[in-house]
Design a protein around this ligand. Structure first.
Ligand SMILES: C[S@@+](CC[C@H](N)C(=O)[O-])C[C@H]1O[C@@H](n2cnc3c(N)ncnc32)[C@H](O)[C@@H]1O
Length: 401
């Protein structure tokens, strides 16, 4: 056979095995519905790669016969879903949030005597709940004073969380793991020390399941970087479940780009207004006066709310202040961008996001906020460019993980 004919045959074979768009759409729609995701948020290349991998594993040589299996087998549907979930995370992801968490927990421990109940959902591969445990431990809070549950839809992520071995970009905020106090060398990376590993209860669950969480069982819930990908219905359903799982006075912490006005029904933004700390909406005797927006630039923090804490709580405050001192200009700028966004000053928010990205080109929260600002009105090209950039950073993160 001539080279030309062989190339033609190869191209024909490839085309025969290329999944038809309708097959990819069906797989994407089903998987996205299970997780509550917007199908448009699914990366097409990742979908194709997952399909290819699953066809190899299940020994199906063409997409149509694989689709038959997929339709019939709930196990295969779960396996496929595992391949497309975005498990990106890292220790102390977003230092601003951890500084706030340190402050809030310090205040909580200064007025409560019972143990604090914490939930990290979704916890992905475990970096978030371990970071919370390490933060509290380093602040001098004994383990018996808090419990942490953690859940995620991805069974493989939960398995990895329980193994607790990390390397690559998971550790990007911990330049010297040997000095972290909670990690120790392991043959394949760094492992969370045993006393913290056994302190966290991990389980696999779907936050769309209304029975995923027991009612009124948590003082603090971290649910970061999930709702941004969810459909309106899924966000509502999850918000209801999370609100039901908080005790009165409890706090919900979201990722910077997760928040939206649609959550107002269940939660109020914490003051000073920020989009990641929310408290349960409680019945109000009178309609509250509209708050005058506070215009604040990058600022110095005061420690006035912590003056009444006892000795061990002082450590929490110290940790919070140390972390805030470490916050680069980038974080302060990003925070100001967020505040502008919350005041509906989108142009200003966009300008500040761009400044942040000028200083730190792969600052994911800024990229995500920018994508959110542009989503309702951006041209297709602008959207595509932003998504390509977000995808590049996420792929780089996955590659290093
Ligand atoms: C980007 S990670 C966020 C992890 C962590 N909270 C953070 O901010 O670093 C999103 C996680 O949400 C999980 N997830 C997606 N849909 C879910 C659902 N319906 N219920 C529970 N977890 C879900 C994914 O498996 C993934 O691990």
């Amino acid at each position: 056979m001539s080279v030309k004919a062989s190339a033609k045959l190869h191209a024909a074979n490839k085309a025969a095995h290329e999944p038809a768009p309708s097959i990819l759409e069906e797989l994407a729609a089903k998987a996205a519905a299970t997780a509550g995701m917007q199908p448009s948020m699914l990366d097409r290349r990742n979908l194709k790669q997952t399909l290819k991998r699953r066809m190899e594993i299940t020994k199906h040589h063409n997409p149509e016969t694989y689709l038959d299996l997929y339709r019939l087998s709930t196990e295969e549907q779960s396996n496929f879903l595992e391949g497309i979930l975005n498990n990106e995370t890292s220790f102390f992801r977003d230092t601003t949030v951890f500084a706030e968490l340190a402050r809030w927990t310090a205040a909580w421990f200064s007025i409560n005597t019972r143990p604090m109940r914490i939930l990290s959902a979704p916890c992905s591969t475990g970096e978030e709940p371990y970071s919370i445990a390490a933060m509290l431990e380093q602040a001098g809070i004994p383990l018996e004073c808090f419990s942490i549950d953690a859940l995620d839809l991805s069974a493989s992520a939960i398995e990895q969380a329980q193994t607790a071995i990390y390397n690559g970009l998971s550790l990007r905020n911990i330049p010297q793991p040997e000095q972290s106090g909670f990690l120790e060398r392991a043959p394949k990376g760094w492992r969370v020390k045993q006393h913290l590993r056994t302190h966290i209860q991990f389980r696999q669950a779907n936050l769309l399941d209304p029975n995923a969480l027991d009612p009124q069982s948590y003082d603090l819930i971290c649910s970061r970087n999930l709702m941004i990908y969810q459909t309106t219905e899924a966000r509502r359903c999850m918000a209801e479940t999370l609100a039901g799982a908080l005790v009165p006075g409890g706090r919900l912490v979201l990722g910077a780009a997760d928040w939206g006005r649609d959550l107002d029904e269940f939660f109020r933004l914490e003051e000073p207004v920020n989009s990641f700390a929310l408290r349960l909406r409680e019945p109000e005797p009178e309609p509250s006066k509209p708050q005058k927006p506070q215009i604040r630039g990058p600022q110095k923090r005061t420690n006035s709310p912590q003056t009444t804490v006892n000795l061990s709580k002082k450590n929490v405050v110290k940790t919070a202040l140390r972390t805030s001192e470490q916050l680069a200009d980038v974080t302060a700028l990003y925070r100001t961008a967020l505040e502008a966004y919350l005041r509906a000053e989108e142009r200003e928010a966009e300008r500040l996001c761009r400044q942040t990205l000028y200083l730190e080109g792969d600052h994911l929260p800024s990229l995500e906020l920018l994508a959110k600002i542009h989503r309702p009105h951006a041209s297709g090209r602008m959207q595509l460019a932003l998504h390509a950039r977000l995808k590049r950073h996420r792929t780089a993160a996955e590659r290093c993980a």
